[in-house]
Design a protein around this ligand. Structure first.
Ligand SMILES: [Zn+2]
Length: 255
């Protein structure tokens, strides 16, 4: 398996819109063009786990086709790191998968979600496409209140951990473990951003964000590759520095 595909010769691995990037054996991600959001995929004998689904039904369908072209097993699970349009609205292309999301004070989204569709339109998505994508949203099959271990087969497991509310009301991270070892890869959603300052919108709970990153670091440890919602793959030191910057930015005292 090559480190990247889907891009032309000479494209930089991991750059926005440049094809799939292999982070560990059977663990890939792609930075989509447009909003530079990451979509991840983890393969196991039991099926493929997709992490986020892109900004529209069409983007989701394209991801599905790309994974099939790579010869990956069908997407059996879709973990949504948080219900912002750029990570969620492709989910309708995976309506036959089990959809997992973080529990919160209210449902993470609803079928036909007008708020999510409206955000997409405000960010430049065509209104008809946004509404079609929202109308196709599958209901979550399981909501993760704390932690859920998904066996992917062959000794590989994905641990889904709810760390919200912080960046959004429903922040879910996904750690990939092989044979009970330390996680090799952690998909962080937008709790971590590398390509710019982390975005805090109206659904963010900034006061809880630094503590969420403490839990993220405890989950991933020192050696995992941390995959941000936007930007290049980072390490534990980067996450620790971002935690300190967020605490300063939001005036959150230590401890
Ligand atoms: Zn977000």
């Amino acid at each position: 398996m090559t480190a990247t595909d889907g891009g032309g010769a000479g494209n930089e691995a991991g750059a926005p819109g440049r094809g799939w990037e292999e982070i560990a054996p059977g663990v890939v991600r792609r930075r989509l063009s447009g909003w530079d959001e990451t979509v991840g995929a983890v393969s196991g004998p039991g099926g493929t786990l997709l992490v986020d689904a892109g900004p529209s039904l069409a983007a989701g369908a394209a991801l599905r086709a790309q994974l099939a072209e790579r010869g990956w097993p069908p997407v059996r699970w879709l973990a949504v790191t948080h219900p912002h349009f750029d990570h969620l609205l492709g989910a309708g292309a995976f309506a036959d998968a089990e959809v997992l999301a973080a529990a919160g004070r209210r449902p993470p989204w609803t079928r036909g979600d007008a708020e999510v569709a409206g955000d997409a339109v405000a960010q430049g998505v065509d209104r008809a496409a946004a509404e079609r994508s929202a109308a196709a949203l599958p209901e979550p099959g399981r909501l993760v209140a704390d932690r859920l271990t998904l066996p992917l087969g062959g000794g590989r497991a994905a641990e889904l951990v709810s760390l919200g509310a912080a960046h959004s009301g429903h922040d879910l991270v996904v750690a990939v473990r092989d044979g009970g070892a330390e996680p090799s890869v952690v998909f962080c959603g937008d709790l971590v951003e590398e390509s710019g300052e982390p975005q805090a919108g109206s659904d963010a709970e900034p006061a809880r964000w630094p503590a969420a990153l403490d839990r993220l670091l405890a989950l991933g440890g020192e050696r995992a590759a941390y995959v941000p919602g936007h930007g290049a793959v980072v390490d534990a030191a980067f996450v620790r520095a971002q935690r300190a910057a967020l605490a300063r930015r939001f005036g959150v005292p230590d401890g």
